[in-house]
Ligand binder design. Structure first.
Ligand code: PLP
Length: 341
């Protein structure tokens, strides 16, 4: 019963095989290889547009580097107060941007609201040299509370951000889970809705260590090769990052994995919802559940070997259950069985 996170799962066998194949022979270094060129072509095809892509090895690097291209050191970056960039990157965004201020705005289950963003944008005056200058917004898709932004919300937030001269970043650590949940195209969930830069996650959904920074406005990428190198994320054996990402995209593996994880979460949700003892603290829209478990149930689960984290949401303790491409029906059913007593 492994629900601590989706990154506790291993590497998908097809991605492992791709790494093995990439290991044959010699290949140009620092991204001049064929796999990296194919990756760029493949992503242009999938997103149905021109774009610039830069593979990196962690989601934090993707977020921090992307934001550094969107905000000057005196910029304000709007996000919610449990955003990964706000809580979980140890001031990396501030460091990589050279000092930009992360400003939390009102959200529901991690989704920024248009009213909240409007209030945040009004907080600092553009052109006033005493204030942080509105520079970017960052949306997490799926959010840190397991919710998924509908496309029209992304578009409404992007319109407002752009009207204030702000760029739009999407933290897509669980991009595929959101896409599978909404059943829209990658283009519709990003640039068509106003997203300028995307942290495209793969690690949590089957890769070993591969994420990508994608710019839909390629002008934003003009200094990026220097930012990436300076940050230590220009991999000399880049082909191994690209091989993972290519295999991830091949034959829709990424969507297949995400659908599997989302289905497992729905199964867990349906089983737990039938019990009166479990309260849901957030909507279940992709592959994460936030539940209030009775203390004795949580203890029984842990005794039986279940792994999950407990955290505070809106002032109460909630347990987070995350499913992945590797979650089995048996572990879901065992978990539900124990909760049912
Ligand atoms: C996991 C995660 C990341 C990336 O984390 P790394 O540990 O740096 O790879 C980024 N954003 C969100 C919302 C995440 O859940």
């Amino acid at each position: 019963m492994n629900f601590a996170s989706d990154n506790i799962a291993g590497v998908h066998p097809r991605i492992m095989e791709a790494l093995q194949s990439a290991n044959a022979g010699f290949s140009p270094s620092y991204g001049a290889d064929d796999l990296t060129a194919s990756l760029e072509a493949r992503l242009k095809d999938i997103f149905e547009t021109d774009l610039a892509v830069f593979p990196v090895a962690t989601g934090s690097a993707a977020n921090c580097l992307a934001l550094s291209a969107l905000s000057p050191p005196w910029g304000a970056i709007y996000c919610h107060d449990h955003a990964h960039i706000f809580d979980d990157e140890c001031c990396g965004p501030e460091f990589y941007t050279g000092g930009a201020k992360l400003y939390p705005v009102e959200a529901e289950h991690g989704r920024l609201t248009v009213e909240g963003l409007r209030a945040g944008l009004g907080r600092f005056k553009a052109g006033f040299d005493h204030h942080p200058q509105p520079a970017a917004i960052s949306l997490t898709q799926c959010t840190e509370w397991g919710a998924v932004y509908p496309v029209d919300r992304i578009a409404a937030l992007s319109d407002l951000a752009h009207a204030h001269g702000c760029r739009v970043h999407m933290d897509g650590a669980r991009f595929a889970n959101a896409l599978a949940s909404l059943d829209v195209s990658p283009a519709e969930m990003t640039w068509k809705a106003g997203v300028d830069a995307l942290s495209f996650g793969a690690t949590k959904n089957g890769a070993m260590a591969a994420e990508a920074v994608i710019f839909f406005d390629t002008d934003l990428a003009k200094d990026f090769i220097y930012r990436r190198k300076r940050a230590g994320h220009l991999f000399s054996k880049m082909r191994f990052l690209s091989a993972q990402l290519l295999a991830y995209l091949e034959d829709d593996l990424w969507l297949e994995n995400a659908r599997h994880a989302n289905r497992a979460a729905a199964r867990l949700h349906d089983g737990l919802a039938r019990l009166n003892s479990v309260a849901f603290a957030a909507p279940v829209e992709a592959n994460e559940l936030f539940v209030a478990l009775p203390e004795d149930t949580a203890a029984l689960l842990r005794e039986a070997g279940a792994s999950f984290h407990t955290m505070s949401k809106d002032g109460r303790d909630v347990s987070r259950l995350v499913t992945s491409f590797a979650t089995g029906d048996d572990e879901v059913d065992r978990f539900i069985g124990i909760c049912g007593g």
